[in-house]
Structures are given as structure tokens and as C-alpha cells.
Design a protein around this ligand. Sequence first.
Ligand code: Q46
Ligand code: ZN
Length: 305
Amino acid sequence: MKCRRCKAPALIDVRRHNAAFCADCFVRHCREQVRRAIDAFDMMRPGERVLVAVSGGKDSLGAWDILVDLGYETDGLYLGLGIGGYSDASGSYARDFANDRGLKLVEIDIPADYGFDIETAAATVRRPPCGACGLSKRHLFNQAALDGGYDVVATGHNLDDEAAVLFGNVLRWDAPYLGRQYPVLPATPGFVRKVKPLVRLSEREMAAYCVIRGIDYIVEECPMAEGNRHLAYKEALNTLEQRSPGAKANFLFSFLERGHERFAGDAESERVELTACTVCGSPTTGEVCAFCRMSERAARRRGDD
Ligand code: Q46
Ligand code: ZN
């Protein structure tokens, strides 16, 4: 196997592209995929301030590394979820990455700053942990970006993640979700722009990228992920990908090119008048936003225990 670009012995093959690369050319390939995604979806412009949400995993740390290399002005944001040893370990990977490279890491710790943890919050609102976690992440990433004056929040969602989410949305034919599924969510009053620059790179490519670049990341999955539907969707898509390389990317990108637009109206029609949350000021449909309601009840419950 020879590298597609320089003909040196190849280290990794990317069956989807019918190509193989040596280490240096593979790093270039990853950067190029990110550059193409940023350009194609007009994610961000040079000079904008980017807050990269990092979990200590391969995708988010790899994304931060690539954005720095592409010359973007970035800081990282780490959110401590209070998930025992997993949170302790993932926080140290994020901190070490930032320290080693002289980058700034903004940290929010949910137990210390808000007085609850994800498990308690989930039990309080009777949702699965990932529901409570997702709500907290969306709220706190946005709040941190507004407070710090950032133009855009970048997350490490990769091709596999996005294809799995699309698969779930299609299985339920959830029209409003299909209308919102896109690698860029534009800014609206009270919300900063959100972007997913890894949408053209797979999980396997990100793992290889981190190994080649010497990025230490947490390999262990979040213990709460077990049994979540997302993992089953990923497995199903991996089976398809095995049999026909490129199926996953084709599924996602054909939707983004030809399907997404057809559901845009469904997302739009769900949009209602928003007012400011009386606790935190975020846009909300009620008096108090969902995050403040959940965090207040969860903190009280945790205090009672
Ligand atoms: S961190 Fe949070 Fe994930 Fe853990 S609780 Fe679920 S959503 S699995 S990316
Ligand atoms: Zn609020």
C-alpha cells in the first residue's frame, strides 16, 4: 500500500476515499477535510473568536488541534459533569492538552458551580442521563460563549456521530429535528453560532489523527453512554459501511445536499416567541428556562440527600 500523495509506504487506508496515506500526508488530509467543511458550510471566518468545546476525547481535542493549525483564534471550554472518575480523568486530558500547547482552557464545573451533577439532574427530571447532560451542555456552552464574547462554538461531532443522529431522526421521521440537523446553526438573538468542523472525518480517522499527532486522550467512554440508542445506530451503520465503504458519508451528505432543505420549514414552524429567563436571561418559551428549572430542582435534591 502506497501513500496516495507522496508514494511513500502508507500507514492508514481510508476505504471511503479509496485511498491510503503516510503519516504526514494523513495529517494534511485531515486538515483539508476540516478546511473543506468550514468553507462548504461557511462555518467561520479568519479573525473570529472560536470557543472549542472539549471533553478530553479524541474528537474534540483533535478538532482543537486542527483549528489551531489552520490558524483560527481558539480557546477551549471544558465542562465538568460530575460523573465520578470519568470526569476527573477527562478533565486532566483536556488540561494537559491546553497546558502543553500554551492554549487557554475555560472551565466550568457543574457540581462546584451549580451544585448538582448529571445523574441527580436526570433522576430529578426523570430523563435519561444523556438528556439532562445534553440540555446542560447546550445551555452552558452557549452561556460561556456569550460571556466570553466568542463568535462561534465548535464541537467535535464527527461523521459517525452525525450519520447516527440522522439515522435516528429518519427512523422516527422527526421532521423538526431533520430541519435542524446541519453542520452550522446560525446565531439568533441570545444564541451564538454552533459549528461541527469534523463532519467530513470519521471516528477512525480522528483516532489515527490523535495517535500520529501524539495527542493523549481519554479512551474510556462515558459510563452513562451504555445502552443509549445512539450506539446501536452507530453499530448498524458500521455494518453497512463494512459492506459498502462510503455508505455512511453518502447517507449524511446526500441528506445535507438534497434532503435537509425540505425539512427546514418544519423546524421553522416550531419556532415560537422567546422571552428572557428570569433567572439567567437566556431566551426561553416560559418564565424560567429548562436548564434553570432543572438545575434548581437538582441542586435542592442533592442538598437533601
Ligand atoms: S457525556 Fe453526557 Fe455523553 Fe455521558 S451523559 Fe450521555 S451525553 S454519554 S457525549
Ligand atoms: Zn435560565
